[in-house]
Design a protein around this ligand. Structure first.
Ligand code: NAD
Ligand code: DAU
Length: 334
């Protein structure tokens, strides 16, 4: 049995990962360490919460004593670090918690991993560390790191620390850098769920700037299958980009969602641009495809339908979220 510490496993991608991996494998014990910030939700893990090889610990990855205790108690030999403050707009409203959780938190996990002789440490990073592209070109693993937002700077700092631990101490680390995810269980602050939920509630759909910024979209299950493969077979010390080559302008996505829900484009409202808004992201994923044999499985057209369907069928999940603390954030942000 592999004893794996998965951090941030109650968030969007982490919970999809744990649900996926525990439904498919019996050769692993998963310890999920999550602080349950506004973005963490144990409801997300209902499908696997009673499995004997699943354990949940509520806590902060910056807590050195707690992290040490978990490594000792569960004999942790593998780490997958999903935990992070993940929303760019929130990092613009206040950056301190991003530095604390994303940089210091990763450092605490790395130090413990060194002490407890971890056999693989997977850092879940993002394409945003590369900065912004012009109209052409793709991010490769050789693209220089050049983050622009407090969020992406914190993720880039964490990546550099992960690489330093490999270089200096020989810690067997790997880093994945994935593009924009979408799918079930994504917190309503992010573009796709925000637009679905606002459209369903006949609320305005706030599009930043001219709406022509481009993101490269991947279904969360495709990201998670790639992450599992890198965790199992990725070469230590390496970085792997993950993306499904599905570039779209924000306004195209917003109009598509309105069309699928049978709502009027009059709901679109162009609002003030995000400060420092990255123009375009696009991923070259040929390294993971050629070296590890991964390729995306889901077409955008079908997976966006699953996603919209999921939000239609899980109203109580998001209604609880948007009626709580989220309302205050929404008022400040919009
Ligand atoms: P999310 O905000 O939905 O979830 C983050 C989870 O981390 C939450 O459950 C939260 O409670 C937990 N967490 C935050 N700070 C913590 C701390 N200090 N200690 C313990 N737990 C903590 O985020 P997500 O969208 O699922 O992203 C997960 C990871 O994937 C992040 O590292 C993010 O940078 C990366 N990523 C996200 C995307 C995307 O499109 N969402 C793309 C590429 C990479
Ligand atoms: O690229 C990977 C990254 O994707 C991850 O590292 C981040 O954790 C994740 O949040 C995401 O970052 P983005 O900033 O690209 O995602 P977001 O959903 O916030 O915004 C997507 C695009 O939509 C972006 O160009 C801003 C725009 N947008 C977003 C919101 C929330 C709007 O126009 N209006 C909105 O209300």
């Amino acid at each position: 049995m592999k004893n794996i510490l998965i951090t941030g496993g109650a968030g969007f991608i982490g919970s999809n990962f744990i649900n996926y991996i525990l439904q498919n494998r019996d050769d692993i014990n998963v310890v999920n360490l999550d602080k349950l910030t506004y973005a963490g939700n144990l409801e997300n893990l209902k499908p696997i919460e009673n499995k004997p090889n699943y354990h949940f610990v509520r806590g902060d990855i910056t807590n050195v004593e707690l992290v040490d205790y978990i490594f000792r108690k569960f004999d942790i030999k593998y780490v997958i670090n999903f935990a992070a403050e993940s929303h760019v707009d929130r990092s613009i409203l206040g950056s301190e918690i991003f530095y604390r959780s994303n940089v210091i938190g990763t450092n605490v996990l790395l130090e413990a991993s060194r002490r407890f002789e971890v056999q693989k440490f997977l850092q879940i990073s993002t394409d945003e560390v590369y900065g912004s592209l012009g109209d052409t070109g793709l991010f490769t693993e050789q693209t220089p790191i050049s983050p622009n937002s407090p969020y992406s700077s914190s993720k880039a700092s964490a990546d550099l620390m992960v690489q330093a631990f490999h270089h200096t101490y020989g810690l067997p680390t790997v880093i994945t850098r994935c593009s924009n995810n979408y799918g079930p269980l994504q917190f309503p602050e992010k573009l796709i769920p925000l637009m679905i939920i606002n459209a369903l509630n006949n609320k305005k759909l706030p599009v930043y700037g001219d709406g022509l910024n481009v993101r490269d979209w991947i279904y969360v299950i495709d990201h998670n299958k790639a992450a599992e493969l890198v965790f199992e077979k990725g070469k230590v010390g390496e970085v792997y980009n993950i993306g499904a080559s599905r570039e779209m302008k924000n306004i195209e996505i917003v109009k598509l969602i309105l069309k699928k829900l049978g709502k009027s484009e009059d709901l679109i409202e162009y609002v003030k641009d995000r400060p420092g808004h990255d123009r375009r992201y696009a991923i070259d994923s040929s390294k993971i495809q050629n070296e590890l044999g991964w390729k995306p499985y889901y077409e955008f057209e079908e997976a966006i339908d699953f996603t919209i369907e999921w939000y239609l069928n899980n109203k109580s999940w998001w209604e609880r979220i948007i009626s709580g603390e989220y309302q205050k954030y929404y008022e400040v942000q919009y």
